[in-house]
Design a protein around this ligand. Structure first.
Ligand SMILES: Cc1ccc(CCc2c3nc[nH]c3cc3c(=O)[nH]c(N)nc23)cc1
Length: 372
């Protein structure tokens, strides 16, 4: 199979379920994509990530161009071989990470120059260079090189930044070229301004992409403002292509985004919070380092089938976190990623059955506020 395609299988209100077919495998949507920034999903073996139900994971142009470099990964057979993951990989284009991680950044029409946060060496990222790096990595879904303005920002700044990103989207498309089997996604910008989001969506549609991301959110605006934007932004994007909401989110953010027509999401939360002892369950959050768990023989979540819940007690997990044992981050990351994938599978089934409203009501009814 050399081509890629997106097939919508069912809708329920604005929620959709479908599949993205690529030569390296099929992505069931709505999909949650674990973050594997530096060629690893932290604290997880790739086979464990696959066991959680993930069909695709994310890599990062910014991190990998600095270390070990895209050229070295290419010489070693590409990112899939390098990290022993043979399913699809989506890579971000690097601009977002430069603005949040690098030092001495300089932004011009051409692109961004910056100093590495690792060793201070100087680098440049442009739409053309970003496409080149993502090609060298071999990623299956390539993201346009964009600029994501930090919020809060005034309307003029948002408009100017969005229009720069649209010029960069055209340059990304031109540099990507014709690559059957690989997908290029455009990224909508425009902050929380409905008319600027519409202008961005029209600019991207005119260029033409294999998928469309809602960018510029999950940058501190809060859930209410994000949902307000999601009332209109997904609907501005082509209906027959995947819609990817970048950087989202907590379980309730994810349910709310799928309800509003989003097909793909990513977030560091399940893995990052797993390493700090924060467990996400269908009944809410458990902070396993809290002393009240030290004698508790029950699993994190009675209904969960992950290795942490099947084989270990809260008392054990509390102990290994307090003792700062490596297994602590491994078990809670595995649990959190497993829970996120169960949530996605539950939504895919509910949409296919026309039961999304019931699923959403049940999701909220089960969740106690605070620690459980
Ligand atoms: C490995 C990896 C990590 C993180 C990401 C997504 C990173 C990310 C955002 N995260 C939160 N909000 C975000 C907005 C944008 C955005 O507007 N543009 C881009 N290119 N990335 C974003 C992608 C890949």
């Amino acid at each position: 199979m050399t081509k890629t395609s997106f097939t919508l299988q069912a809708t329920d209100g604005l929620a959709r379920t479908g599949r993205i077919d690529t030569p390296r495998g099929t992505i069931r949507t709505p999909a949650f994509m674990p973050v594997g920034t530096a060629a690893t999903v932290k604290a997880m073996m790739p086979e464990s990530v696959a066991a959680t139900g993930a069909d695709i994971l994310l890599g990062n142009t910014y991190h990998l161009m600095l270390r070990p470099t895209a050229e070295r990964i290419d010489r070693l057979g590409g990112l899939h071989r390098f990290m022993n993951w043979d399913k699809p990989i989506l890579t971000d284009s690097g601009g977002f990470q430069v603005m949040s991680l690098a030092d001495l950044r300089k932004l011009t029409e051409k692109g961004v120059t910056f100093k590495s946060h690792i060793d201070g060496s100087k680098h440049e990222l442009t739409p053309e260079r970003s496409m080149d790096i993502q090609r060298l990595l071999g990623s299956d879904i390539v993201m346009c090189f964009d600029e994501c303005p930090a919020l809060p920002a005034d309307r003029d700044r948002i408009a100017e930044s969005m229009r720069l990103s649209m010029r960069w989207a055209q340059r990304s498309r031109d540099a990507f070229g014709d690559r059957p089997g690989y997908m290029l996604f455009g990224i909508q910008q425009g902050g929380l301004e409905e008319d600027l989001r519409a202008e961005s969506a029209e600019a991207l549609r005119a260029i033409g992409f294999d998928g469309y991301a809602v960018g510029g959110l999950a940058v501190g605006e809060g859930q209410e403002a994000m949902f307000g934007c999601l009332e209109y932004a997904p609907g501005q994007l082509p209906e027959d292509k995947p819609r990817y909401l970048m950087g989202v989110g907590k379980p309730d953010d994810i349910v709310g985004a799928v309800k509003r027509g989003i097909d793909m999401m990513d977030c560091v939360l399940p893995s990052r919070s797993g390493r700090t002892g924060q467990a996400w369950t269908r009944r809410g959050q458990v902070n396993i380092k809290n002393a009240r768990h030290q004698d508790d023989p029950r699993p994190l979540d009675e209904d969960c089938t992950c290795p942490a819940c099947r084989n270990y007690s809260r008392a054990y997990l509390h102990h290994v976190f307090r003792a700062q044992e490596m297994i602590s981050g491994m078990l809670l990351t595995w649990h959190n990623l497993h829970y996120y994938q169960e949530l996605m599978q539950g939504m895919r089934e509910a949409i296919a059955a026309g039961q999304f409203a019931a699923f959403e009501a049940d999701f909220h009814a089960l969740r106690a506020e605070g620690d459980i």
